[in-house]
Design a binder for this molecule. Structure first.
Ligand code: NAD
Length: 332
């Protein structure tokens, strides 16, 4: 199976090297079609996303990418947003679960966030009204809300989850969030065994930092989902641990939640766990379940020994040492 691999920039190169090594250790039948994007490419070719990258994704239908630094002041909003919009990758799925014995605020977190990925304030409809006033328009459509909400309910049904928690601020944004909410009420009727729970985003933040164990599947709009997923990453030990997937009808791009971490890039300090777990999601998507489980189990074992913690987890293990441990564990 051919997969488009976009290393990205910043720590992207280090974590995608780790990914390649670990997937090779499972002998999964994957060949990588490596495509560059980001800062380096811009300096060389004057474009952040070269045409070959689009062609590769369109032919392979599946990609996995490292983070890419968002260009500042180029008029190009974000490569990530660009890819999500171009390929209509409407569902951003982020599982957040305790890993190994990492000390964290909670030990009972096991939830998945379904974030609408194409509209809301991220649609980029902004207008400078004057030098002292700017507007941003929030776009919510029934069609796009519905497909995201349906994917959350489908996931809940398949995984025997008893409820889906939908997060909005519909008490204030009565039209936009109101539409998201009325849509979910319709969708929920098709899933009579699954309870629909409606929570306002401010209350949700408090609930999550007090009782995260109460939640299994959270479905929400783009901006709230972005914020809530970083908040949830904090509950389990940080951004170095959270994988993600951007799913569309025809194309899927997998990427961890964290960014290019310029403060630690090139120092062999980055925690590759988020990227490796992103690889696990990708393997499951490709029905390579045995290989996915091998990696998941190996990470769990490696992270059950505090001697293997990377710097973000309070340890001194380097990226390459950590990767080697996971590879060794897979071989056992
Ligand atoms: P960031 O996620 O890159 O870093 C935030 C903090 O967390 C930093 O201190 C970093 O060192 C740490 N961190 C993140 N991932 C880590 C890991 N795996 N291991 C250890 N420590 C880790 O967020 P930022 O600094 O706000 O963003 C940097 C750049 O990345 C920006 O240009 C941003 O736009 C971009 N970004 C890209 C993506 C993406 O490509 N999907 C996502 C988010 C941010």
């Amino acid at each position: 199976m051919k997969v488009t691999l976009i290393p990205g920039d910043g720590v992207g190169i280090e974590i995608t090297d780790a990914l390649k090594e670990v997937i090779a250790a499972t002998k999964a039948p994957i060949t990588w079609d490596v495509q560059e994007a980001g800062e380096f490419v811009y300096k060389e070719k004057g474009t952040y996303i070269p045409e070959e990258l689009y062609q590769s994704l369109e032919s392979n239908k599946i990609g996995i990418k490292g983070p890419i630094t968002t260009p500042i002041g180029t008029g190009f909003r974000s490569i990530n947003v660009e890819l999500r919009k171009k390929y209509d990758l409407y569902a951003n799925v982020r599982p957040i679960k305790n890993v190994g014995t990492i000390p964290s605020h909670f030990s009972n977190v096991d939830l998945v966030i379904f974030r609408e990925n194409t509209e809301d304030l991220y649609a980029g409809v902004e207008k400078q009204i004057s030098s002292t006033e700017a507007h941003s328009i929030k776009i919510i459509t029934k069609e796009k809300s519905e497909r995201l909400l349906r994917s959350a309910f489908d996931y809940a049904a398949k995984n025997n989850k008893e409820k889906v928690t939908v997060v909005t601020k519909a008490n204030i944004m009565k039209l936009t969030d109101g539409l998201f909410l009325s849509t979910v009420r319709e969708v929920a009727r098709e899933y009579p065994k699954i309870q629909l729970e409606e929570v306002l985003v401010d209350n949700m933040c408090m609930q999550l930092v007090m009782y995260p164990e109460k939640y299994g599947v959270i479905a929400t709009e783009n901006l709230y989902g972005d914020i809530l997923s970083d908040l949830c990453a904090g509950l389990i030990g940080g951004l170095g641990l959270v994988p993600g997937a951007n799913l569309g009808k025809d194309i899927a791009i997998f990427e961890s939640v964290h960014g290019s971490a310029p403060d630690i890039a090139g120092k062999n300090l980055v925690n590759p766990t988020a990227m490796l777990l992103t690889g696990v999601m990708m393997l499951r998507h490709l029905n390579l379940n045995k290989e996915a489980q091998q990696i998941e189990k190996a990470i769990e074992t490696v992270l059950s020994d505090s001697n293997n913690y990377t710097q973000d987890l309070g340890g001194t293990t380097t990226t390459t040492e950590f990767t080697k441990k996971v590879v060794q564990e897979i071989g056992i």
